[in-house]
Design a protein around this ligand. Structure first.
Ligand code: GLP
Length: 238
């Protein structure tokens, strides 16, 4: 594991964007695994800026997002597809057909999940997977459980996750209680993983994940077994 300690969110975003940009420079048709949540937003802004300045080309890049809320269509403002369009895809020269987010409003979740895993395999697997970490140690929406679920699957969100993510929903809005998430297999099969963690409140779970026992009760702890893991963390709240 390589760990990079930074002192601000701006620095975290810059370092993460540099690693992603370097990956694309090395392999123009890179397959990126992407994350949502507030942590990656700064890195996405930086990547968009470099793209607009002509320094970084996404024309051959393919992306697979980690997860999507069950029941939300891609044009729903709280969907992760919408989030990705807003924060990254609409700002860079990526081909819309090269971006993949599980379809939350599909009729058949198991078929959608199986199809998602097949598409990742058909693309040659993920070259670089970007991850945030949830307060309970989740990655994507792989929630604490008594076993690691390998394929992409539908998952019931825990109370902790519902509370953490309720900030994105208006009081009147119905917050989905389940999601489709990339499973542990496609994440761990990524050639390289970049985990980013922002703020003092994430430090206890980050330490548990990186130095505690490997257990499905802390899903991110599986990352200890990955041969090419980079962690960028900022323990301050600035
Ligand atoms: C959501 C996403 C995760 C993300 C987590 C942390 O639950 N499914 O992929 O890592 O939020 O989000 P934040 O970066 O806002 O703390």
């Amino acid at each position: 594991m390589r760990s990079i300690h930074v002192k601000s969110y701006a620095q975290l975003s810059f370092e993460a964007a540099k690693i992603i940009a370097a990956q694309i420079a090395l392999k123009q048709d890179t397959v990126l695994g992407l994350a949502t949540g507030s942590t990656p937003v700064g890195a996405y802004q930086q990547l968009a800026e470099w793209n607009q300045q002509g320094k970084l080309d996404f024309s051959q890049v393919r992306t697979f997002n980690l997860d999507e809320y069950r029941g939300l269509a891609g044009d729903h403002p709280q969907s992760y597809r919408y989030f990705m369009q807003k924060h990254l895809f609409s700002q860079i020269n990526i081909l819309p057909g090269n971006t993949h987010v599980p379809q939350g409003d599909c009729a058949d979740a198991s078929a959608e999940c199986a199809n998602y895993d097949s598409s990742i395999l058909a693309a040659g697997g993920i070259d670089l997977q970007l991850l945030g970490i949830g307060h309970n140690g989740h990655i994507g929406f792989n929630e604490p459980s008594n076993c690691f679920v390998l394929p992409t699957h539908e998952v019931a969100l825990t109370q902790r996750t519902l509370e953490a993510n309720s900030r994105f929903f208006d009081a009147a809005e119905q917050q989905p209680r389940s999601a489709l998430t990339m499973g542990i297999a496609p994440i761990m099969q990524a050639k390289r993983i970049l985990l980013i963690s922002q703020g003092s409140e994430k430090m206890p779970i980050l330490e548990k994940a990186l130095y505690g026992p490997v257990t499905p009760e802390v899903p991110a702890s599986i990352l200890q077994l990955h041969p090419n893991l980079t962690v960028i963390y900022n323990e301050s709240d600035c």
